[in-house]
Design a protein around this ligand. Structure first.
Ligand SMILES: Nc1nc2c(ncn2[C@@H]2O[C@H](COP(=O)(O)OP(=O)(O)OP(=O)(O)O)[C@@H](O)[C@H]2O)c(=O)[nH]1
Ligand SMILES: [Mg+2]
Length: 432
């Protein structure tokens, strides 16, 4: 799982114990703590940390001083000594005071899930926009916790949780950080303005945009590469992609659309982070069509779908035309209760594929084409329904119109077949 090309300067120097607290609230909400913790282990490995042990504690609620129970703290302390751990990584967000207390007591570096994700993002960010967004998210995360990290940052010079804003920057006072934040925000606005202008030009030139979204490791970049021969980074690890990458995709009818790969989603993605990456995810909001890529072989498939749908909702993109693409069908194992037989093999709304099967890629191209190019429709609308006729005029290019007895026949060329207009589906109005 190591990433030879991108982490060349990164040696495994940190050895961590991973800790998750399961509260009654979590249980009531049906949160799958085991899955989340397994994912935390994957995140840690992605960040170059050796995972020594996974620990969970069931507790009514979080301890305000220690987060976990005092007894558990002692247990972790002993285990850390036995295993020679350097770091404790918590699956939930900690307060500044909890970090400080745990650090004192355990003599370990304390990192939480958010920090770990931020750290991976910092490792991966390549574009100016990505770098600004990560630093912004890191500073917003650190600001309320500054006091808790004093020792941590002055004592330990690198590794997870300390990348990005350097020591000196963090040791300056809050006012300094606040001014840095507003500085970064201004820079980001400028970069976003440029991006918007660029996208607007693309749009004006008639470019149709398709966005690949999905849970991290679902195969988005693989699909971009297989569909467009793009030279993109694909890795069996979380958050391989951070910055949006766009390539031209040719459809079977020769038409070209722009296909954009985006940052992967993950459960418990901190809200601040979603906000910080809004700039990157604007691509999704501007897309004419969203391909939701799903790792159909994951035992957590349904949970992952729900996470992605939630975030799409937060981004205000859930009413876009979305195709669910169940990828990695070649990894489907029989008898695991996650079979895809209940799914239609192919419909305009879902598709079962493998990124490595040529026919499946053709199927995907055809589906995109069908959804984006509706062709010509012949509509017959009641003559007294001026509202519907006006609606039809807004749905496409009118090629011809003739008045019949009590109806009007309109030849309409529509570019997008499955669209809704003002929340009303187009199809029911259409009688051919
Ligand atoms: N067996 C199999 N593996 C696949 C398929 N599609 C992608 N993969 C593998 O899944 C892993 C993740 O693929 P990526 O394309 O990097 O995933 P991603 O969605 O871009 O992930 P992030 O950038 O981390 O969000 C890689 O090891 C791919 O080779 C597939 O259809 N079948
Ligand atoms: Mg990717």
């Amino acid at each position: 799982m190591s990433d030879k090309t991108h982490n060349v300067d990164y040696k495994i120097t940190e050895k961590a114990i991973l800790i998750s607290l399961i509260t009654s609230d979590d249980k009531r909400a049906g949160n799958d703590a085991a899955h989340s913790l397994a994912e935390l282990a994957q995140l840690a490995e992605t960040a170059g940390v050796a995972v020594l042990a996974l620990i969970t504690q069931n507790k009514e609620s979080a301890d305000s001083r220690w987060f976990i129970g005092k007894g558990k703290v002692q247990e972790v302390k002993q285990l850390a000594l036995d295993l020679e751990a350097t770091t404790a990584i918590f699956d939930q967000e900690l307060s500044g005071a909890q970090v400080r207390n745990l650090e004192e007591e355990l003599d370990l570096k304390i990192v939480d899930r958010t920090q770990l994700i931020l750290d991976i993002f910092a490792q991966r960010a390549k574009t100016r926009e990505g770098i600004i967004q990560v630093e912004l998210a890191q500073l917003s995360y650190l600001l309320p916790r500054l006091s808790g990290h004093g020792r941590n940052l002055s004592r330990l010079g690198g590794g997870i949780g300390t990348r990005g804003p350097g020591e000196t920057k963090l040791e300056t006072d809050r006012r300094h950080i606040r001014s840095r934040i507003s500085d970064l925000k201004a820079q980001l606005r400028e970069v976003m303005r440029h991006r918007r202008l660029y996208r607007a030009r693309r749009k004006k030139a008639g470019a149709v945009q398709v966005a690949l979204v999905g849970y991290t490791n679902a195969g988005k970049s693989t699909l971009l590469r297989e569909l467009t021969q793009a030279d993109v980074f694909v890795e069996d690890q979380l958050f391989a992609t951070l910055d949006p990458t766009s390539r031209v995709l040719e459809l079977p009818n020769g038409r070209e659309v722009i296909l954009t790969d985006t940052v992967g989603f993950i459960q418990n993605l901190p809200h601040d982070l979603v906000a910080a990456f809004r700039a990157t995810l604007e691509e999704v909001n501007e897309a004419d069509l969203v391909l939701h890529i799903i790792d159909s072989s994951s035992p957590y498939r349904e949970e992952q779908i729900a996470v992605v749908e939630d975030i799409l909702g937060e981004l205000g993109a859930s009413d876009k035309p979305i195709v669910k693409v169940y990828n990695k069908k070649d990894l489907q194992k029989d008898g695991e209760g996650m079979s895809l037989v209940d799914l239609p093999h192919r419909s305009l709304k879902s598709l079962v594929i493998s990124a490595f099967v040529q026919e499946d890629l053709t199927l995907l191209r055809e589906t995109v084409q069908e959804l984006l190019t509706g062709g010509t429709l012949s509509l017959r609308l009641p003559a007294d329904r001026g509202d519907l006729i006006a609606l039809a005029y807004r749905c496409g290019e009118v090629k011809g119109q003739s008045v019949e007895e009590e109806s009007v026949r309109i030849e309409l060329e529509i570019s997008k077949s499955d669209y809704e207009l003002h929340g009303q589906p187009l199809r029911p109005f259409i009688q051919t």
